[in-house]
Design a protein around this ligand. Sequence first.
Ligand code: CTP
Ligand code: MG
Length: 243
Amino acid sequence: MHSINVKVVAILLAGGKSERLKANVPKQFLKIAAKEIIEHTTDIFHNSPLIDGIVIVCNPNFISHVSLLVKKNNWTKVIALVPGGRTRQESSYNGIQACPTNTKYLLIHDSVRPLVTENSIQQIINALEKYKCVNLVAPPRDTIIQTTKDGKFIRNIPPRELIKRGLSPQGFHYSVIRTAHEMANNDIVSNISDDCGLVMKYDLANIFIVTGSENNIKVTYKSDIYLIEKLLTLQVDSQKDRL
Ligand code: CTP
Ligand code: MG
């Protein structure tokens, strides 16, 4: 592990079992636009000059597969490859514990969001100079409604400008997110679905929001694959045009 100058670390979460999108492999390993989804995502962080180290948290059955990908792609920034836990929260914590002690800023990202941009990574890291916790967001496409407890009627329609979709990466001062996870671990809380949610639960920092790209879609259902494939292909083509 070459941890001496590691200041900004990205944790890429690939520990999920992909229960909503059933395929022959967990969705992060599906091949689209010539590469596996996890390869598209890791390439973006590996190519970013702002990222010093990468920790991949991986479904335990795919550790050897991911270590082959690390070799094949020459991802020299990968400093650890650790097994995921039962929940996203547990997987995040495993990644946090694998970070070098001199980590200053940590970005936690879903490996199944291969359309994250270098610009969003930059904006999050800039915001971390001022804030301890940052969430990337996008405006909602639809009006969001809140229902009554029984789910049968509309209870409230919150003003659109106050509603955002929470995306990843989420950025943190390392000590803050580590503390949040240690507190949750002591409380036996294990199923908070995102890391900013933990910081909020323990009121450890104000969470600043940075607006990201509308296209930063998470692969959740099969239809997302088609959309992402199209968007990735368009990107690759426009890169070719520029060469
Ligand atoms: N994740 C993880 N460890 C878990 C659960 C999720 O690292 N125990 C990761 C996933 O691999 C994914 C990200 O968290 O990159 C977002 O989770 P989600 O889209 O819910 O993926 P899955 O949990 O795999 O899918 P599903 O909920 O449909 O089972
Ligand atoms: Mg899940």
